[in-house]
Design a protein around this ligand. Sequence first.
Ligand SMILES: CC(C)(COP(=O)(O)OP(=O)(O)OC[C@H]1O[C@@H](n2cnc3c(N)ncnc32)[C@H](O)[C@@H]1OP(=O)(O)O)[C@@H](O)C(=O)NCCC(=O)NCCS
Length: 194
Amino acid sequence: MSVVAQWGDEKSGASPVILGLFSVPRVIDRVGPADFETLEEIHAASFAVPWSADEQAALNEGPGVATFVARRISATASRRPIGFITVRQAADEAEVLTMAVHPRQRRSGIGRLLLNAAMRHLYAERVREVFLEVDPHNTAAVALYRRTGFEVVGERPDYYGGNGGARQKALTMRLEFKQPAFERLRSGASAPCR
Ligand SMILES: CC(C)(COP(=O)(O)OP(=O)(O)OC[C@H]1O[C@@H](n2cnc3c(N)ncnc32)[C@H](O)[C@@H]1OP(=O)(O)O)[C@@H](O)C(=O)NCCC(=O)NCCS
């Protein structure tokens, strides 16, 4: 399994992740068949409408779909996923279908590294622009996407199902790879993990 990004070591040039007294190695690589049960758990802990392991496995069989997984490598050498992102490419456009980090692992730079890994993949695949829909009240996600270079380009009313049948709008965001802010990803530079 090829490693897309690695941090907590000198290869990435990133700061080690310190949990207690120990540096915990973590990697980002592509999803494998054994991962989907854990991805189901992470998705269920992150969204009101969870995607099952079978649904995620089937999605990943589709054309142009790629899922990147962040793993924590434990003392027992288990490589349990702690976050993931799924993207889909069609010609020179792509979309972020979903992304989530386990609630206990948030705010340590994992989401940013996952998004960067997926964008580097799409860039290498000659994608020109990437779209996504996000809940405008999802402060964390909107901030993460903005700082990666996504901009709001529209709104989709009635996008999300709401309580009691009321539906909520989504923001449509777009990243164009020609933006200078994205150029640093070209070199494969990883953001430091905090
Ligand atoms: C959105 C999500 C993936 C971010 O993952 P994360 O690993 O916590 O994010 P990071 O630690 O890499 O944070 C990167 C940047 O995102 C923004 N961010 C992340 N969490 C934030 C929060 N709670 N509030 C405000 N900004 C936040 C910040 O700009 C942050 O950079 P900074 O810490 O230097 O300010 C995570 O919160 C999550 O899984 N949420 C539930 C699922 C979800 O909403 N997915 C997106 C649906 S479109």
